[in-house]
Ligand binder design. Sequence first.
Ligand SMILES: NC(=O)C1=CN([C@@H]2O[C@H](COP(=O)(O)OP(=O)(O)OC[C@H]3O[C@@H](n4cnc5c(N)ncnc54)[C@H](O)[C@@H]3O)[C@@H](O)[C@H]2O)C=CC1
Ligand SMILES: O=C(O)C1=N[C@H](C(=O)O)C[C@H](O)C1
Length: 269
Amino acid sequence: MGLVVVGASGRMGRSLIRAIDGIEGVHLAAAVERTGSDAIGRDAAELAGLPSSGVLVTDDALAAFAHAEGVVDFTAPEASLEFADLAAQARIVHVLGTTGMSSDCDARIKAAARHARIVKSGNMSLGVNLLSVLVRQAARALGPDWDIEVLEMHHKHKVDAPSGTALLLGQAAADGRGVDLEDASVRVRDGITGAREEGSIGFATLRGGSVVGEHSVLFAAEGEMVELRHEALDRSIFARGAVKAALWARHQKPGLYSMHDVLGLTASV
Ligand SMILES: NC(=O)C1=CN([C@@H]2O[C@H](COP(=O)(O)OP(=O)(O)OC[C@H]3O[C@@H](n4cnc5c(N)ncnc54)[C@H](O)[C@@H]3O)[C@@H](O)[C@H]2O)C=CC1
Ligand SMILES: O=C(O)C1=N[C@H](C(=O)O)C[C@H](O)C1
């Protein structure tokens, strides 16, 4: 399966190029960066620390998509919307890992998925997706007198908050409780906030250094606390998940899929 990596010189772009190189059944068909990037014209594999491949980074996404079967996209929300349209036109699989998408963006991705196979997730790792199943089960079992807080820490370059993973885990907790996350979530606390509102789902964001990604979901009650936690030690876990998603989506009908679909983690698990 020929895959295009968009955002090829980014942290995830380089990790994806290395993952594609090491996985049977896929090859790097093209590598795309934004117009004006220093990476344009450079060998994509060399950028990722591999021996040269002859695939030069381009800013012509349309031409790149024409000769591929899938695109893996960890870029930025506006760019991902554009790539969703181009992938739908080219009838290729779109694996979308970009976070920080607004509800408007999500609606446009849903519309594009009427004609395209899109796998979208705030976290492509097996560990976090399994964790989300456990969070949903815990939230259902523990009930509303257990306070739920989602805590995350990432590297200092991350531009969106809360992380896509924190929102995914918050959604799992809300699903387990049978509440609407929009109504229940408290994303920021500052000043005299008053006591914690019963049933709310809180978020706390930490940024610093080179942390790849740490997430905890805390369930706190009178006299006891349960913590469910995931730590990403290397970006290759997301890259390998994204490639797995592309290979899986190749055989699916048009639609918007999640990593739960790819990994077979259905609602009943
Ligand atoms: N879903 C998941 O499992 C994961 C999601 N992410 C998300 O992926 C995104 C990227 O993360 P990083 O790689 O750390 O960021 P980064 O800033 O290192 O890389 C983003 C790359 O996209 C490129 N880009 C931006 N607009 C573009 C355009 N129009 N055309 C082509 N390239 C364009 C940038 O030049 C940059 O090289 C973020 O939203 C992050 O939260 C990151 C890791 C895992
Ligand atoms: O920006 C990152 O780095 C990451 N982003 C994703 C998120 O927003 O949750 C996934 C991972 O935690 C790394």
